[in-house]
Every structure is written in C-alpha cells, then in structure tokens.
Design a protein around this ligand. Structure first.
Ligand SMILES: CC(C)(COP(=O)(O)OP(=O)(O)OC[C@H]1O[C@@H](n2cnc3c(N)ncnc32)[C@H](O)[C@@H]1OP(=O)(O)O)[C@@H](O)C(=O)NCCC(=O)NCCS
Length: 185
C-alpha cells in the first residue's frame, strides 16, 4: 500500500478529513445547485457518513478523496481525489478521479489544480495503469476539468450507471480516461 501523505499545490492542501470539516462539507453537500447532477443533495448525517466513507477508503487503500483546503484562508474548499469504482461495468475494475467544490470557490482553477496532483499521485505512487472519470453528459463544468486534465472521451464508453434506476433521467453517463503515460503539467 502506498504511504499516504498530504499533497500540496501552489494554492491548496489535499489532506485527510478533520471534525471541523463536517459543517462546511455539509453546507456544500446540501446546496441544490452544487448537487444538481447528483440524485439529491445530502443532509448533515449523509454528508458526515460520506466523510467516514472517504476516511475508511484511505485506511483500506492508502488513498482516497482528499479534503481540499485553501493555504491562504485555511477554508475547506471541497473534495478531490481517487476512489476505487465499487460497481461492475465494461471499464472496471478501475480507479475514478472526482471533485466537488463549494459554489463560492468555482471559477478559480482549484479543481483542476488539485486533480493534477491527485493524478500524479495515482500514476507515480500507486502505479495505476489508467484513471477514469464519469459524469452526466450535461455536467459541462466537470467535463471541462476532465478535458483540462487531458482526459479523453470516446462515445463508445458511455454507459448506464448501475446504481441509478434504469428509468431515471440521470442514468446515462459519459466516461473519460487517462493513461499512465501522459505528460502531466
Ligand atoms: C465540477 C467543478 C468542481 C468545476 O469547478 P471549476 O472551478 O469550474 O473548475 P476548475 O478548477 O477547472 O476551474 C476552471 C475555471 O476557473 C477559471 N480560472 C480562474 N482563475 C484560474 C487560475 N488561476 N487557474 C486556472 N483556472 C482559473 C478558468 O478560466 C475556468 O473558468 P470557466 O469555467 O469560466 O472557463 C464544480 O463546478 C463543482 O463542484 N460542481 C458541482 C459538483 C460536481 O458536479 N462535481 C462533479 C461530479 S462528476
């Protein structure tokens, strides 16, 4: 298992979760605009459980979704990191990169800045052969991050998410991939 450490970018710390993160993370997860491409916003206890899930993933895997903290203000900005995909699909088993930022922090390049370091960790420390990302086709902000990272989308990879009911309008997902031979910024 790769030794887990805090990652750092020019403006951000990617670190393990703390009790003080619960409240700002619940505010983020309860915001309908931030959560409009998820099945529903989360209440406080669901948000706290998500932090517990992230922490369990770190304990078991040595990597996970990091808490993103501003080095300048110390504010919790959101989450970015790597999670093993827990469902079966044509591209699994694999590791997924994801991001979720509080609305007031969008439009500053923070998600991409953090994700570059998370990808680097996945490739250089974990030696993953490939990392994927997926979202709803209409989530252009998230697809923008994927494209800035150099991830590529093949429409033949689009899939119905097995954890979303088949009848649900959010069932269809686009998949992006990046291989471990990429030149990272
Ligand atoms: C997806 C999400 C993380 C993207 O956040 P973001 O801030 O747009 O993404 P980036 O960090 O890549 O920032 C890029 C933007 O910052 C701008 N920017 C400003 N200063 C910058 C800087 N110093 N460096 C880089 N970009 C900068 C870019 O121009 C770009 O703006 P634009 O979108 O108007 O063109 C955010 O919209 C979000 O949290 N959404 C809700 C949760 C969600 O859907 N998560 C994904 C589920 S799959």
């Amino acid at each position: 298992m790769a030794a887990m450490s805090t990652l750092e970018t020019p403006r951000l710390l990617l670190r393990r979760w703390q009790i003080a993160d619960q409240e700002p993370f619940a505010t983020l997860n309860g915001d309908p605009e931030t959560m409009k491409f998820f099945l529903q916003p989360l209440n406080r206890s669901e948000s706290d459980s998500l932090i517990e899930r992230y922490e369990k993933h770190f304990e078991e895997q040595g990597f996970g979704m990091w808490a993103l903290q501003s080095k300048k203000t110390r504010d919790l900005i959101g989450a970015t990191g790597l999670l093993r995909v827990t469902f079966a699909a044509h591209f699994t088993p694999t590791v997924n990169i994801g991001w979720r930022l509080a609305r007031q922090h969008w439009g500053n390049g923070y998600a991409t800045e953090a994700a570059v370091e998370a990808l680097r960790f996945g490739f250089e420390k974990l030696n993953l052969p490939e990392i994927v990302a997926f979202t709803l086709p209409q989530n252009t902000s998230s697809r923008g991050v994927m494209e800035r990272l150099g991830m590529t989308h093949n429409p033949n990879d689009d899939f119905d998410h097995p954890k979303v009911p088949q009848w649900h309008p959010m069932v269809r997902h686009v998949l992006y991939r990046v291989k471990n031979d990429s030149n990272l910024a």
